[in-house]
Each structure stands twice: as structure tokens, then as C-alpha cells.
Design a protein around this ligand. Structure first.
Ligand code: NAD
Ligand code: UGA
Length: 472
């Protein structure tokens, strides 16, 4: 096996993607400088903190920090010593749903002034089609001496919660590139993943069972790579909205979404992933990227109303859940509700666009009192909700004295709760599960009245029969 070349790399941005990418690139053997404008973050990283909750991250940071992974606030110093520079800053939504590229622009301008030799500038942030050309022109204003560089689009597909293993064992690596020189350097960056040699190292982070030993390495034009990223996120969001719409119809006809999604997803052309019905998708990416994709299609005069429908179904899903809580309790005003889960999904402390937070905010408007627990996201939730809710030390304390218990994040550890104990603690034995983490049988056995998504209770099926909807 050819020994892979170790490279000098910078990663600009030390958030969920930048920090994971920088750490994993160091794990692949490269010498990495991770840069952020936020000096408090850089100080904390230099002091040994991990900053985000992500499986395996702490271990890899302690393995490489100060050896081949360094943190700095200076783009200039980092850029000058690097062959490849990844841009991994935020690309938030503007008011109209389009992407606010101001952070990418600030980095591009600073890079233009900093680089002193050939560099490969890599878009890692999620950006709309044509951004690589725009970075190219932003970095070469008229009349200025041009230093040679190439802009490459290398979108990131990691999920929070499994970010490290997603980065090290990806399904595919997409590289949108227009020159052979940059293409060659990108292959060197990922060589130990492409040939599978990383996975064979004794110290390698273990490969998740279902991950590929070697990813597909897909070279495209930069525009195609940019479009692959937006389309992938839109398609995953579409799958979730589709299954949520089917779940709602299941409730109307007395079918069970768990059975239905298993039946649909076992067709290999469709696949079982992203078919869990619930309170809709959240997070810093799907809502933003579906809106951004819609905005860029409009900008080019292309109508894509399916993207609006994905979003509409997603928002309706939260409203339906609140109606469900209201109907289970007859009225919401002054009800004390225990809430399990604040993060936008399990495995992360990220609460950006969390459906749990949005539902809590709505319930607070309805004058409910909320006592919430999340295994890792309480501090970040506190930054948004402040003292408008009570933070419980554990799940049982959240349930104690509550008129109902709401499950809003799919944390696996909630499935191990002692349901008998929960029943004793609750004022009324009502559980509303927005993530379908329990079976109806175990809830019934514990004596809890259980409402979930797309799985109508026996009582509801009975009512349908009585109304004559399920006659023959
Ligand atoms: P984040 O907000 O967690 O981190 C962005 C970081 O960039 C912050 O630490 C910020 O201080 C820093 N920054 C901003 N301007 C800077 C500048 N001029 N110089 C240096 N640093 C600067 O964002 P994130 O979640 O890591 O996402 C980054 C990008 O990756 C986004 O485009 C996002 O859509 C994309 N993405 C995110 C995920 C995910 O799971 N979070 C997955 C794939 C792709
Ligand atoms: C998502 C994509 O999965 C990544 O491939 C992508 O890189 C990333 O966005 C990004 O571009 O930022 P992430 O947002 O971290 O990753 O998490 P997901 O696992 O995709 O979950 C997103 C939301 O959908 C969560 O709120 C989750 O609870 C919800 N979800 C997911 C469902 O409601 N049902 C499902 O079946 C799956």
C-alpha cells in the first residue's frame, strides 16, 4: 500500500463541522491549524476543552492537540503555512430564506490578502450553486496581483451525534473541482480513507457496523458538488415529511406508521433510513438548507414548489402535536408538563431549530408550566429559554407532579426509564411521545395512557369503527 502524504491544512471555523473536520484530518495524519474569530472558543480549545458534545471527539482531541492539531485566531498565519484551506464557517438563513454568505465572504477576503503561494481553498460550508465561482471572484478583485489558487467544493455530509464516525467512514466523498492540480491534492487529503488504510490502523476509531470500509470518491464540477449537498438535505427532509404525512393519515384510518414505514423502507429502492415519524425535523441544517435551495431555484427562475410542501408539512407536524397535547388534557392553561428532551435530536447538545424548543415556546404561550430534562442540552437550552422553564436534574424529577409527560427528543436512554415509577410520579398517567420511542404494549402494561405519532390507540380505532369509517 502506498504511504499517504501528510499535508499542511487549515480549517477556518471551529463549530460543529470545523472542529470535527480539523480533528479528523489530524487523525488522518495531517498537520492541522483550526482557526476561529471567536477568541473565547480558541482559548477554551487551547485549554483542553471540547466545546461540543460529540461521540469520540474528546478522545481524538486529546490524542492530537498540540501535536498535529493547533488552534489560532489568525487566518493569515494559518493560511500561509497551509497547502489546503477548508472554509467551515456558518452560512445562516437571511430573512428571505436565501443564504447569508457574509461569513464566507469575510474569510475569502482575508484569505485573498493572506495567501502567498498556490493554495487549494475548499468550501466545506453548505453553500448554494455558483458559490465557488463567487469565492473565486471575491478573492481576485480587479487590478490586484493574483496569487494562484483553486476553489474546490467538498460538501460535508456528517450528522451531529455521529459526526466523527460519519467523517471517518463516510458513504461518499464528493469533490467538485476544476483543475487536475487541485484534484490531486484533494485525493491526497483523503487518501487513507479512499484506500481504506485508515480503518486498518490499530488506533483507528472503530468502524460502525453498517459503515463502508471505503467510501465512494466522487469527482464532479464545483456546481454539481454544491447542488449535490442542497439536494441531499432536501431529499432527506422530504423523506421525513413524507413519512410524517403518511403517519397523519395512519391516525385517520387506524393504521400503524411503524408497520407502514417498515413495509415501505424494506424496498431497497426506497431504504429504511429517515422514515421515523415524529414532531418534524429540526437542527441548524434541514430547515435552513431547504429554504436556501428554494431561494436559489427561484433566483434562477425555476419553480420547485415541492420544497415549500416539505417545509409546510414539517411545521404542521409540531402544530398537530400541540393539538394532541391539548386534546389529551382538555385544556392547556396552567397545566404542568414534564418534558424529556431539548436537543434537536439525540446524541448532541445542539438546540438550534430544535422542535422541542419550538414546542415548549408554544406551550409557554398557552400558559403551561414546563419542567424539562435533557441529558446534555440543558445549558444550551437555558441560553434560549432562560428561566421561563424549570430544569430538572433527571427524567423522574421532570415527571414528578406533572399533568402529562412529553417526549420531544429521541434519546435512547429514555427508553430505559422505569415506567412504573414514572406512573407513580405523574399527577395523571398521560404520556405524549413525539418520537415514538416506546411500544404501545409496554406503555399499556405500565398503566400509562399513551399518545404517539401515527399509531392510533385502541380507543381511537374503536371510535373510528363506531363512526362507521371502518365498516366492512
Ligand atoms: P457553527 O455555527 O457551529 O460554527 C461556525 C464557526 O465559524 C463559529 O465558531 C464562528 O465563530 C466561526 N466563524 C464565523 N466567521 C468566521 C471568520 N470570519 N473566521 C473564522 N471563523 C469564523 O456552524 P456549523 O454547524 O459548524 O456549520 C458550518 C457550516 O457547515 C454551515 O454551512 C453548515 O450548513 C454546514 N454543515 C453543518 C453540519 C452540521 O451538522 N452542523 C453538517 C454539514 C454541513
Ligand atoms: C443532517 C443530515 O443528515 C447530514 O447528512 C447533513 O450533513 C447535515 O444535516 C447538515 O447538512 O448539517 P443532522 O441535522 O445533524 O444531519 O441530523 P439528522 O440525523 O439528519 O436529523 C435531522 C432532524 O431530523 C432531527 O431533528 C431528527 O430528529 C429528525 N429526523 C431524522 C426525523 O424526524 N426522522 C428521521 O427518520 C430522521
Amino acid at each position: 500500500m502506498e504511504k499517504s502524504k501528510k499535508m499542511q491544512i487549515s480549517v477556518i471555523g471551529s463549530g460543529y463541522v470545523g472542529l470535527v473536520a480539523a480533528t479528523c484530518l489530524a487523525e488522518l495524519g495531517h498537520h492541522v491549524m483550526c482557526v476561529d474569530v471567536d477568541s473565547a472558543k480558541i482559548d477554551a480549545l487551547n485549554a483542553g476543552e471540547t466545546l461540543i458534545h460529540e461521540d469520540c471527539l474528546q478522545e481524538l482531541l486529546s490524542r492530537h492537540r498540540g501535536i498535529r492539531l493547533f488552534f489560532s485566531t489568525s487566518i493569515q498565519a494559518a493560511a500561509r503555512q497551509s497547502q489546503v484551506i477548508f472554509i467551515a464557517v456558518g452560512t445562516p438563513s437571511a430573512e428571505d430564506g436565501s443564504v447569508n454568505l457574509s461569513f464566507v465572504e469575510a474569510v475569502a477576503r482575508e484569505l485573498a490578502q493572506s495567501i502567498d503561494g498556490y493554495k487549494v481553498i475548499v468550501e466545506k460550508s453548505t453553500v448554494p450553486v455558483y458559490t465557488s465561482e463567487w469565492i473565486q471572484s471575491t478573492m481576485t478583485p480587479k487590478g490586484r496581483k493574483q496569487v494562484e489558487f483553486d476553489v474546490v467544493s467538498n460538501p460535508e455530509f456528517l450528522r451531529e451525534g455521529t459526526a466523527v464516525t460519519d467523517f471517518l467512514y463516510p458513504d461518499r466523498i464528493v469533490v467538485g473541482v476544476s483543475t487536475p492540480r487541485a484534484a490531486g491534492m484533494m485525493r491526497e487529503v483523503y487518501s487513507s480513507l479512499i484506500d481504506g488504510s485508515y480503518a486498518q490502523q490499530a488506533s483507528a476509531v472503530p468502524k460502525p457496523e453498517r459503515a463502508r470500509m471505503q467510501p465512494m470518491y466522487i469527482e464532479t464540477s464545483p456546481r454539481s458538488a454544491e447542488l449535490i449537498k442542497h439536494s441531499s438535505n432536501a431529499f432527506l427532509a422530504l423523506k421525513i415529511s413524507f413519512i410524517n404525512a403518511v403517519a397523519n393519515f395512519c391516525e385517520a384510518v387506524g393504521a400503524d406508521i411503524t408497520e407502514v414505514s417498515k413495509g415501505i423502507g424494506s424496498d431497497s429502492r426506497i431504504g429504511p433510513e429517515f422514515f421515523r415519524a415524529g414532531i418534524g425535523y429540526g437542527g441548524s441544517c434541514f430547515p435552513k438548507d431547504v429554504a436556501a435551495f428554494r431561494a436559489v431555484t427561484r433566483e434562477f427562475g425555476f419553480e420547485f414548489p415541492l420544497l415549500d410542501e416539505i417545509k409546510r408539512i414539517n411545521e404542521e407536524q409540531r402544530a398537530r402535536f400541540i393539538r394532541k397535547v391539548s386534546s389529551a388534557l382538555r385544556t392547556l392553561k396552567n397545566k404542568r408538563l414534564g418534558v424529556l428532551g431539548l436537543a434537536f435530536k439525540d446524541g448532541t447538545d445542539d438546540v438550534r431549530e430544535s422542535p422541542a424548543i419550538k414546542i415548549i415556546e408554544q406551550l409557554l404561550e398557552e400558559k403551561c408550566q414546563i419542567v424539562a430534562f435533557d441529558p446534555v442540552a440543558m445549558e444550551r437550552a437555558r441560553q434560549i429559554l432562560g428561566n421561563k422553564i424549570t430544569y430538572a436534574p433527571d427524567a423522574y424529577a421532570a415527571a414528578e407532579g406533572a399533568d402529562a409527560l412529553l417526549i420531544l427528543t429521541e434519546w435512547k436512554e429514555f427508553t430505559h426509564l422505569d415506567l412504573g415509577h414514572i406512573k407513580c410520579l405523574l399527577r395523571y398517567p398521560i404520556v405524549l411521545d413525539g418520537r415514538n420511542i416506546f411500544s404501545q404494549a409496554e406503555m399499556a402494561q405500565a398503566g400509562l395512557t399513551y399518545h404517539s405519532i401515527g399509531r392510533p390507540s385502541h380507543e381511537a380505532s374503536h371510535n373510528l369503527l363506531k363512526k362507521g369509517h371502518i365498516a366492512r
